[in-house]
Design a protein around this ligand. Structure first.
Ligand code: SAM
Length: 230
């Protein structure tokens, strides 16, 4: 259950400094009472990050970009936090892994409380829980309503990355993003040229499991379109 999770009322109220000590700005005197500011905004979100394989693999690929994984299971989120702490300690000379963090949160709720409109450039949805049964479809992390929240947080040109081993869920995600006026599917050639796609296929824990079981992986990317002018 997530009823005890706390959320900032608005993005500016969120204190990210404990998550990204290496990217925390020195506060001026009059700022000391408000949350400490980061030197840059979080730009990449991994929805349901599980054990953090994607974050850890992407960290050195985009060392100047802040990435956050959001995970609803408290023990899993704590595992990822400890994993990042250990990686930072091991590599403290290089100051590696300062750009990744994991937050325990239910991404189906309050995403706009954490991120401003058009703040994000990439959003990953890797091997989401399939919720096979019809009556469970409302628990899916891709839906018309949630896609509108993703569209809000993503900047025009930003990309949603999806991957699953469940063909039916892949079709569901494609259908819901293609039907949404804020998104268009990224052509396959461009998809395959994107280095994040390879990382998503091979470095997520679920991706590795599917590999071991010789299963198929279905990938689809969607671009956030410009809003029409009124
Ligand atoms: N993305 C990881 C990977 O590819 O290895 C984990 C995939 S796992 C099948 C799905 C994850 O999503 C689980 O860790 C689950 O706890 C998490 N999850 C499910 N619903 C969520 C929600 N509403 N908010 C945040 N995390 C969620």
């Amino acid at each position: 259950s997530d009823h005890r999770l706390s959320y900032p009322t608005k993005p500016d109220d969120m204190d990210w400094s404990i998550f990204y000590p290496g990217f925390t700005a020195q506060a001026t005197e009059e700022e000391t009472s408000s949350p400490k500011k980061l030197t840059k905004d979080i730009e990449v979100v991994d929805i349901g990050c599980g054990f953090g394989g994607l974050l850890v693999a992407l960290s050195p690929v985009m060392p100047d970009t802040l990435l956050v994984g959001m995970e609803i299971r408290s023990q899993v989120a704590e595992f990822v936090q400890d994993r990042i702490k250990a990686l930072r300690a091991k590599d403290s000379e290089q100051r590696s892994y300062q750009n990744i963090a994991c937050l325990r949160a239910n991404t189906m709720k309050f995403l706009p409380n954490f991120f401003r409109k058009a703040q994000l450039s990439k959003l990953f949805i890797c091997f989401p829980d399939p919720h096979f049964k019809q009556r469970k479809h409302k628990a899916r992390i891709v839906s018309t309503t949630l896609n509108s929240e993703y569209a809000y947080a993503l900047r025009p040109g930003g990309i949603v990355y999806t991957i699953t081993d469940v063909e039916n869920l892949h079709e569901w995600m494609v259908q819901h993003f293609e039907a949404h006026p804020s998104f268009e599917r990224v052509p396959e050639e461009e998809q395959e040229a994107d280095p994040c796609v390879g990382v998503m296929r091979t470095e997520t824990e679920e991706g590795k499991k599917v590999e071991r079981n010789k299963g198929q992986k279905f990938v689809a990317l969607f671009r956030r379109l410009e809003d029409p002018e009124w």
